[in-house]
Design a binder for this molecule. Structure first.
Ligand SMILES: C[S@@+](CC[C@H](N)C(=O)[O-])C[C@H]1O[C@@H](n2cnc3c(N)ncnc32)[C@H](O)[C@@H]1O
Length: 248
């Protein structure tokens, strides 16, 4: 059973309440949307989609179609509830697929944009990072873009991160190794904090290149959010990673 099949309700309740134009949602997605640009007309894959809140938002913003992929049957069941409640014009443009991104050889029609909120830190081993990378490279058009939110590989667990985590309501039990635990109200699961060189090496071998890593930020015209998330902005727990498909 996948980690997100257990206590799914607690996780989903937190994420549902953090949607729309809530402060939390803006914090989670502003920098990702800047990296993506205008999604109008794009075909999209939403990795580790959960209830597919990112995919649904991209559809609202004009994406042509979204394929949401997740390992958790329970998450996908809840994504399907939300998909079927959409107006017909949007509902038919989302499809949901159950797959383990770390070892799936699924080959879909290649898309313009591969994205996802919270992705690479679910790889338990370097080989699993490679599996994710191969999935991305295989399912992205040659001139497509990959833009993901993932755990910040440069985060230093020896720093005092408690105030940043309290602002987010998300707590991490880091160890000296990659395996860590993420805790939120009523929910916890394992995550893996990989160094940047391991991520770039494995993703590079998988056929991706031109990596950029950008700390998440909030819009310049929202000084209230800069104050509200001051510690989380000072100690970014997640970053936006962009990559392209290597030629050849
Ligand atoms: C933090 S949740 C994020 C869900 C969604 N992106 C959101 O922000 O609402 C992480 C998701 O990754 C999924 N996941 C974890 N490991 C996975 C894997 N190996 N393959 C596919 N999905 C995975 C989980 O089931 C869970 O739904």
């Amino acid at each position: 059973m996948a980690d997100y099949d257990i206590n799914t309700e607690s996780y989903v309740r937190l994420k549902d309440s953090g949607q729309g134009n809530s402060d939390q949602w803006i914090f989670e997605t502003h920098t990702l949307f800047q990296a993506i640009g205008d999604p109008s007309g794009l075909t999209v894959i939403d990795l580790c989609c959960g209830i597919c809140r990112l995919g649904r938002r991209l559809l609202e913003m004009g994406a042509k179609s979204v394929t949401g992929l997740d390992i958790s049957r329970e998450m996908l069941r809840r994504a399907e509830e939300r998909r079927s409640a959409l107006p017909a014009g949007q509902r038919d443009r989302i499809r949901l697929i159950e797959a383990d991104l770390t070892n799936s050889d699924l080959a879909l029609p290649p898309v313009d944009l591969i994205t996802g909120l919270y992705v690479l830190h679910y790889a338990e081993t370097p080989e699993a990072i490679g599996g994710m990378g191969r999935f991305i490279a295989r399912n992205m058009k040659p001139d497509g873009i990959c833009a993901l939110v993932t755990m910040n590989p440069d985060l230093d667990p020896r720093d005092n991160l408690s105030a940043a985590q309290a602002e987010l309501g998300i707590y991490f039990d880091f160890t000296d190794g990659p395996e860590s635990r993420m805790r939120m109200e009523g929910f916890s699961c394992r995550v893996w904090r990989w160094p940047r060189h391991v991520l770039e090496r494995e993703l590079g071998k998988a056929g991706l290149c031109d990596f950029t890593w950008t700390a998440r930020d909030v819009p310049d015209d929202r000084p209230d959010l800069k104050r509200r998330f001051a510690e989380a902005l000072r100690h970014p727990h997640n970053v936006v990673l962009t990559a392209r498909r290597a030629v050849g």
